[in-house]
Design a protein around this ligand. Structure first.
Ligand code: NAP
Length: 311
């Protein structure tokens, strides 16, 4: 159903970037409409302890933080649609954003759709997803209480997964393709101090074993090429994220990895379309930096709408 009203600003995404943009835009009288997505709240909804978001000296749970941000945006009358975007048309103005139930017209757009977990992309991993293969220890760790699991990866996400699982599982083995971690030092030390966490260095998963549930893995030693089998109950993949930009292909410029190409501060290649957060951030990817980019995008939209005037 096409609505004849043209929104001043539509924000796509409801993680820290989208919600901070909403708070600033609402306080700047832009009356924003947030298309929050079916998995509203972004990656922090899949996180437990957040200890590095300023203002919470005792730490805060990820979903609670996102709930507070949403309430703050609602306090200034931000409106929300809890649906995914199905398609967009940025070729003419006003822009058209189609969700599952409606078509929205907008003078300006902020894209804050974040990033999603990457997979190894081997056949056995994909076949056993949801049957012992997961990319979210917080969501699925509980199913493997008292069991033996592996975590793949050597970054912050892998250490967070290992730390969480060490509290639930009997034994956690971190499988990493090199002999050193890229995770921040504090997290490395925390995980290395856990008596039930082991590391297998210079190793890669060749195959996940099992028919209707995970029973083990085939591991290749990348220095000797030797292949061994390890019986295991679950595999947690934590090897990075990819930006959620598939719906933007052909509409705005993306780089070779799918991140939104940056055109001066928070501008995209399309005049009137802005971005915030992990969807364009290859480096920092923190809730705080995403929130900061949300602020910048909202202020840039305010300036843009003042410049173009009523359309
Ligand atoms: P990341 O930092 O890119 O680390 C990905 C890890 O997976 C690396 O160790 C990488 O190995 C490994 N890897 C990549 N592709 C692989 C493959 N095909 N097979 C096997 N291993 C593979 O990603 P991330 O850990 O998801 O973190 C992403 C960003 O979010 C980072 O900026 C991080 O700081 C942030 N983050 C922060 C927190 C926090 O608590 N503050 C928590 C989670 C994430 P190499 O090391 O060999 O490249």
């Amino acid at each position: 159903m096409e609505n004849s009203k043209t929104e001043k600003l539509v924000i796509i995404g409801s993680g820290p970037a989208g919600l901070t943009a909403a708070i600033y835009a609402a306080r700047g009288a832009l009356d924003p409409l947030v298309v929050a997505g079916r998995e509203a709240g972004g990656q922090l909804m899949l996180t437990t302890d957040v200890d590095d978001f300023p203002g919470f000296p005792e730490g805060i749970q990820g979903p609670e933080l996102m709930g507070k941000m949403r309430k703050q945006a609602e306090r200034f009358n931000t409106r929300f649609i809890n649906e995914d975007v199905v398609s967009i048309d940025f070729s003419k103005k006003p822009f058209i954003i189609k969700t599952e139930s409606q078509a929205i017209q907008a003078k300006s757009v902020i894209i804050a759709t974040g990033a999603s977990a990457m997979w190894l992309n081997i056949e056995s991993e994909q076949r056993l997803r949801g049957k012992g293969v997961s990319a979210c220890a917080v969501c699925d760790g509980f199913f493997f209480k008292g069991k033996n699991v592996i975590v793949i990866g050597g970054g912050d996400a892998a250490m967070r997964e290992a730390q969480h699982l060490s509290k639930i599982c009997n034994k956690v083995t971190v499988i990493h393709r090199r002999d050193s971690l890229r995770a921040q030092d504090a997290l490395q030390q925390l995980v290395k101090s856990k008596p039930n966490v082991e590391f297998r260095w210079n190793s890669a998963i060749e195959e996940v074993l099992g028919t209707d549930k995970v029973t083990g893995v085939k591991i290749k030693n990348l220095q000797t090429n030797e292949i061994s089998e390890m019986p295991i109950d679950a595999v947690f993949v934590a090897i990075g994220h990819k930006p959620n930009t598939d719906f933007l292909k052909g509409q705005i410029e993306l780089d070779e990895k799918g991140y939104i190409s940056v055109h001066d501060e928070t501008k995209t290649s399309v005049d009137g379309v802005f971005f915030a957060g992990d969807v364009a951030d290859k480096k920092y990817k923190q809730a705080v930096t995403a929130a900061g980019m949300g602020t910048k995008a909202a202020l840039d939209v305010e300036e843009y709408l003042e410049k173009v005037g009523p359309q």
